[in-house]
Design a protein around this ligand. Structure first.
Ligand SMILES: Cc1cc2nc3c(=O)[nH]c(=O)nc-3n(C[C@H](O)[C@H](O)[C@H](O)COP(=O)(O)OP(=O)(O)OC[C@H]3O[C@@H](n4cnc5c(N)ncnc54)[C@H](O)[C@@H]3O)c2cc1C
Ligand code: FES
Ligand code: FES
Length: 1277
């Protein structure tokens, strides 16, 4: 489509009035006609048709889009290679760039690059959607002969999200390439000669790129039709351009990364300033450092880190601080002036550059269009009219040896997050003994309020005082407390936290100033949490006699994933006439649609249609009753709005970007919305009861029984526990492609875990037979339940548009819309009464569960919640009542380990509470309550304690806590019983080809990272006795796997493996008579002979629970040890030991990956992921990577050890294995309890007793800080 609109992507030589660049050695040009905001990502994918580079967030927050760019530096004139986020780079700013994409560094034709092969070998891929970005980030770290250390590598993946793997294998794969890799890691490196081919042109290793044309004009001036682009190369050209813009809305373009924070609109003049040498130079003279305004953050960081002169030693701290900003690719492109300009335009932005540079008294040289330069402080700059002016340079002056500067940044996760509060403290002292303050110190806070910069009251107050004098300290905190009045703008943290945190940071500064003046117990407050290099250990047995079954192998598609060759829905090449769709979403949670007016959208050139509920004449639901759905959720709202984010209509346009823009132009009028305030939380419903509460199930206990139980119990505890929702954050957003075909049929490619449902919905929406809908799924970029029911909404909508337009329709949701449209993991609340004996054993337990179902009752996993509430405990005295609650939010849906996570969480919180209230050891309480049925859990707990050295470490934790007031450690152990059942139909088909004996398999499961294709191939190779590489697993589709049930609940891999095994057995049975006659025949001879005898070499089988499998239990236990900074709320997971009963794993590396990935996803749930709605409109407010924080690479356990239970063959499952995909998520709550354990000690220090305190999940830094009771009155040396 893009080619048709904007001309051919054929390499060209001439670049007049166009920008010219190369991609993987081919020259491309971009010019007139291409929209001015076209990203490099769009160009790479849609014009150059290189689909290996992905996208997800489109704002620099996920790393899926990383490519390598080699660009001439305007000062050194050297060509430098760096990682950039192609989603943020405008294609018009790529003039003269050599771009290398994942295809350019290695592929199946020319051989794989070492980074690709390494990631594959270490099993660093699951769904593989993040893998190209991971590889490209690593590729860039190694480029130019760099030899990063393990620490540098581990520090460089903050901008690459992975939701599947838990990062551990990714970090191991890449750390093995480090200059200081351990011998063990080095030995496991891929031998590059084996995997990397030689360039035919040069005879060297192919680098995937050839150089840019030498005669390229340096300057560019072009018009896109919508706007003008100019690339300037000198200050004179820049000034000239500023004169020429007149009153037209313009923008200077440096890294363009600010678009990832705030989107700009209505720009008509773009001035690319990256090539102006004065803006990019760094100059150090005695007494002054001058940095050009558009020095990148990476350049500034590297420079500051290299400065060693005493008078500028303080800039080393600036280097440390810049390392906390954003992530590697953003820092490579983003510049100092760009960052400050965000703060200039949006005073609320907690700019780290502003805070730190203002603290050290930096000055800005501002140049105007006529060349006059004015020098201003950063504080003055904030109120300066910057129209047609620019930041020429930034000046830093020297500081005497009695200066002290320290800065802080406290964030929701370890990396790639903006600050709750950042702070800088810069003091000059008369001497460093009495610490008498000379002159006015500089105390700057960000994240307090748009107008707040300096804590000027205490700056004045402290002048002339001895800073470490206790009277001065208490006076300073009193002043600070008065001056700090943070605002509250959702979804940001509370004012209470930010105010107290700011004070705590000043205290941290004081404690760190002169540790010799600080008492031992307080010293821990003066340092930041220090994370060691992470390590991992995986311990499992294998049986070589079964290989390739039970063999630890990488995933069969791993190399394809790491090279970007693995195809996802949106990678399917476009077809002629294809159009793109975007939903129009409701901006209000309640009310009735009065009118939808698409006129303005339809008037935009390239917009081809608008569809709404009146176009759904045949069918308008994606939750059909015959698929078991009580509530029929509408594809398009027909009148009554149920939640903010509901789909109201669909805009269809020639490009995706246009469709998204046009969707914003559709005008919607609502009736009655102001009358009804949306109900977005369960507590609002419970306060008023009423029709929103739906009884689900009730186990009665009569009153006499309860009374008798109450009398017997030594202690009765009443409590409640509320757990939040969680966004799935699949790296591949929901996507769909519908193609009209001959004979009124449609090909549908959907990101669905349930092809049967998708097929039915499309057929009904189009009023055609199901047999006319060809649904096919190659793989998903993560599913976790998000793609069970919801994708059918996209499929139905796109299908109707496709039928009406008779054109192929593609829809790829942006992350924000994806998050607003679809429901999340169900939030739940448990209200309970429990009676226990003196040992903490439960005498009776009455629990009432309330589930936040969203706007309807579909997809409820409450049954699982109830079942898993029993966990491994004696539940004979448990009585549970459950209710569903309707709120005005999106219909919640399955999310990895749905219901089971919540059930285990509820009972485990009760165990913690019993221990807290009775002052018993939490583990002793758990052991006292274990059930006595035949089970290995007590033995597994003992084994886990042994291998993790639990008792000795526990004693050390207690010692640590006794010695330290401001850092606390905590430990916890959680056991798990996971009853596992089989359900549904799971077909498979196995075909053997007579031409060469190779085998193809298709099955009804959906490969979404859980490795089912690898397991299926291992099973087939094992049963048939053929090499693994002769097996090929094909996409799943509705022809070969008609009526397949959803892939979910961890059972898909086992079920389709079973079906495959039966197919293979059937084929062997058919081959047996020939084998009997030809006992020494090779496989191929056997197959040829069978074919000659017209034996059917295709077998099908459908697994059902009637097969030879039984319900079984999965057992596990996990121990976590954490450290918490009580003065900031930050935490660090020091170590996790996890023992899981995986039966005899079909594929141990795949299962280890599932366990680690599930656990880390659970860590996000319990520790960082928080969803916040606007109370007035009901809209979800944090729908971006910017403000919804899943764990990153430096949030995972610093030491992560996974062990499979030994000798644990499962007689009841498939090939003696057990499922692994979801159960470990149930264990992840151990991290919440470990944090809570750490806080217990802090609360005891603060309040004098260790009364039970429930830590509310998610235990964000804010919640931890507030629960830790850090109070300025306790801030003493
Ligand atoms: C994922 C992500 C995470 C981030 N995290 C943080 C964080 O934790 N802390 C933090 O402080 N920042 C953070 N940032 C912001 C980041 O530092 C800025 O986006 C970056 O520095 C902007 O620089 P740029 O060159 O890309 O600016 P551009 O996007 O190119 O330009 C931004 C603005 O600056 C103006 N401008 C550019 N150059 C000049 C000049 N010389 N004189 C005057 N105006 C100019 C432009 O006109 C434009 O309006 C983050 C950004 C992203 C995308
Ligand atoms: S798509 Fe570019 S960083 Fe997420
Ligand atoms: S493998 Fe990383 S997101 Fe799926």
């Amino acid at each position: 489509m893009w080619n048709a609109i904007f001309g051919s992507a054929t390499p060209v030589n001439d670049a007049a009035n166009e920008v010219t660049f190369t991609i993987n050695g081919k020259t491309y040009k971009a010019g007139n006609g291409l929209p001015e905001d076209t990203s490099l990502n769009t160009f790479i994918r849609d014009v150059a048709s290189l689909k290996g580079t992905k996208f997800m967030c489109a704002e620099g927050g996920c790393g899926a889009c990383i490519v390598s760019a080699t660009v001439e530096h305007p000062v050194s004139k050297e060509r430098e290679t760096k990682a950039v986020n192609s989603c943020l780079v405008p294609v018009f700013s790529c003039h003269g760039w050599e771009i290398t994409t994942i295809e350019g560094i290695g592929n199946r034709m020319k051989g794989y690059h070492q980074t690709q092969a390494q990631l594959a070998k270490f099993n660093g891929t699951q769904c593989g959607y993040c893998s190209p970005g991971m590889v490209m980030n690593m590729y860039n770290l190694l480029e130019g002969g760099h030899a990063p250390t393990m620490a540098q590598i581990e520090n460089s993946f903050g901008g690459n999200l992975c939701r599947c793997t838990g990062y551990r294998p990714i970090l191991d794969a890449f750390k093995a390439l480090a200059s200081d890799a351990t011998p063990e890691l080095k030995a496991s490196c891929v031998d590059i000669e084996e995997v990397y081919k030689i360039c035919k042109k040069t005879g060297e290793r192919c680098s995937g790129k050839c150089s840019i044309p030498a005669d390229l004009p340096k300057s560019v001036a072009l018009s896109t039709g919508g706007a003008n682009w100019r690339k300037v190369n000198s200050l004179a050209e820049l000034r000239d351009a500023l004169v020429n813009v007149g009153e037209t809305p313009y923008k200077l373009v440096a890294g363009n990364t600010a678009e990832g924070v705030y989107k700009s609109e209505g720009i008509k003049e773009y001035i690319d300033v990256k090539g102006v040498p004065e803006l990019r130079s760094i100059d150090k003279k005695p007494g002054a450092i001058t940095l050009g305004g558009n020095v990148t953050l990476t350049e500034a960081m590297n420079f500051f880190a290299s400065v060693s002169e005493n008078e500028f030693k303080y800039v080393n701290q600036l280097a440390t601080h810049i390392d906390w900003i954003a992530n590697v690719p953003v820092r490579n492109a983003g510049t100092l002036a760009g960052n400050l300009s965000i703060k200039h335009a949006h005073h609320e932005f907690p700019s780290d550059i502003f805070t730190t540079f203002e603290t050290v008294g930096a000055k800005l040289n501002i140049m105007d269009a006529v060349g006059d330069v004015k020098t201003v402080t950063l504080a003055d700059y904030l109120v300066l009219d910057m129209n047609r002016k620019f930041i020429l340079s930034i000046e830093l002056s020297k500081k005497g040896e009695n200066h002290r500067f320290r800065s802080f940044k406290i964030t929701p996760r370890a990396q790639n997050a903006h600050a709750y509060v950042n702070a800088g403290f810069c003091f000059e002292f008369e001497d460093t003994k009495a610490w008498k303050v000379v002159g006015q110190p500089r105390i700057v806070f960000g994240g307090i309020a748009p107008s707040f910069t300096h804590a000027s009251n205490i700056e004045s107050y402290l002048t002339g005082k001895n800073l470490l004098d206790s009277a001065a300290i208490s006076g300073a905190f009193a002043e600070l407390g008065r001056q700090l009045n943070p605002d509250r703008v959702l979804p940001d943290a509370t004012a209470e936290y930010r105010k107290n945190l700011a004070q705590a940071l000043f205290y941290k500064f004081l404690l760190g100033l002169d540790p010799s003046k600080v008492s031992d117990s307080q010293k821990s407050g003066g340092t930041n949490l220090e994370r060691p290099l992470s390590t991992g250990k995986q311990d499992f047995d294998t049986d070589k006699s079964l290989y390739p079954l039970n063999e630890p192998i990488p995933k069969i598609e791993a190399l394809a994933q790491c090279s970007g060759e693995a195809e996802f829905v949106n990678d399917i090449p476009s077809v002629p006439g294809e159009v793109h769709a975007a939903f129009v979403l409701s901006t209000q949670a309640t009310g009735t649609i009065a009118n939808i007016d698409p006129t303005e959208a339809l008037a935009m050139p390239g917009v081809v249609g608008f569809f709404k509920h009146t176009d759904m004449v045949h069918y308008n639901t994606f939750t059909p009753p015959d698929f078991g759905y009580a509530d029929q959720e509408e594809i398009f709202c027909s009148g009554n709005v149920k939640y903010a984010g509901q789909a109201l209509g669909l805009v269809v346009a020639e490009t995706r970007e246009l469709a998204l823009k046009a969707a914003d132009k559709v005008k919607v009028e609502y009736k009655n919305s102001t009358i009804t305030k949306p109900v977005i939380s369960m507590s609002e419903v419970l306060q008023n009861a009423g029709s929103r509460i739906h009884p689900d199930d009730k186990e009665e206990e009569n009153e006499d029984e309860t009374a008798s139980h109450r009398t017997k119990a030594a202690k009765i505890i009443k409590g409640d526990f509320e757990i939040p929702k969680q966004y799935h954050l699949t790296m591949e957003n929901q996507s769909c492609l519908v193609l009209p075909k001959e004979d009124d049929s449609f090909d549908v490619f959907s990101t669905t875990q349930w092809i049967d449902l998708g097929q039915a919905v499309v057929a009904r929406c189009l009023d055609i037979k199901a047999s006319k809908v060809n649904m096919s799924v190659r793989r998903l970029g993560g599913g976790y339940g998000a793609k069970i029911t919801r994708p059918s909404q996209l499929a139905g909508a796109c299908a109707v548009a496709s039928q009406k337009l008779n054109r192929a329709v593609r829809m790829v949701m942006p992350m924000t819309a994806n998050m607003e449209l679809a429901g999340k993991r169900f939030g739940l609340r448990n209200e309970y009464e429990v009676g226990v004996d003196e040992k903490g054993k439960i005498e009776y337990l009455q629990a009432k569960f309330f589930q936040d179902s969203g706007c309807n009752l579909n997809d409820s996993p409450l049954r699982s919640t109830r079942e898993h509430f029993n966990n491994c405990y004696d539940s004979t005295k448990f009585k549970v009542e459950s209710q569903q609650i309707r709120t005005d939010t999106a219909s919640n849906t399955w999310c990895r380990a749905p219901g089971t996570t919540e059930g285990v969480a509820f009972i485990e919180e009760i165990m913690e509470r019993i221990a807290g209230e009775t002052k018993l050891d939490p583990l002793a309480v758990r052991l006292a309550n274990l059930h006595n049925n035949d089970n290995p859990i007590a033995e597994m707990i003992a084994e886990l304690k042994r291998i993790s050295d639990f008792d000795a470490r526990r004693a050390k934790v207690n010692e640590f806590n006794a010695a330290n007031r401001w850092k606390k450690r905590g430990m916890s152990l959680v056991p798990m019983q996971y009853p596992f059942d089989f359900w549904g139909n799971h077909p498979a088909i196995v075909s053997i080809y007579q031409s060469d004996g190779s085998v193809a398999i298709s099955h009804g499961g959906i490969e979404m990272g859980q490795g089912m294709n690898t397991k299926v191939a291992q099973v087939a190779a094992h049963i048939l006795g053929v090499p693994l590489d002769s097996i090929s697993v094909k996409p799943s589709n509705t022809l070969t796997s008609a009526n397949a049930i959803v892939t979910g609940g961890s059972l898909g891999s086992e079920a389709v493996s079973y079906a495959t095994m039966q197919c293979c057995k059937e084929l062997l049975k058919r081959l047996q008579p020939i084998k009997d006659k030809m006992p020494n025949a090779s496989w191929l001879e056997l197959i040829k002979n069978a074919h000659g005898k017209q034996i059917d070499l295709v077998a099908t089988y459908m697994f059902t629970p009637k097969d030879n499998v039984k319900r079984y239990n999965i057992w596990g236990a996990a121990i976590a040890e954490v450290e918490v900074d009580i003065l900031t709320g930050e935490k660090q997971i020091l170590r996790v030991d996890l023992l899981e009963d995986a039966g005899q794993s079909m594929s141990p590396m795949v299962d280890i990956g599932q366990i680690e990935g599930a656990f880390v996803m659970g860590m996000g749930y319990w520790l960082t992921e928080e969803l916040i709605h606007d109370p007035t409109t009901g809209r979800l407010l944090n729908t971006r990577t910017w403000n919804y924080k899943v764990p990153g690479a430096k949030d995972i356990p610093a030491d992560f050890r996974v062990t499979f239970r030994k000798n644990a063959k499962n007689p009841d499952g498939v090939l003696q294995s057990k499922a692994t995909g979801e159960p470990p998520l149930n264990l992840s709550i151990v991290v919440l309890f470990a944090v809570s354990d750490a806080l217990r000690s802090a609360r005891k220090d603060a309040a004098g007793d260790d009364k039970y305190h429930q830590l509310k999940p998610p235990a964000t830094a804010e919640h931890i800080f507030l629960a830790g009771l850090a109070d300025p009155k306790d801030f003493k040396l």
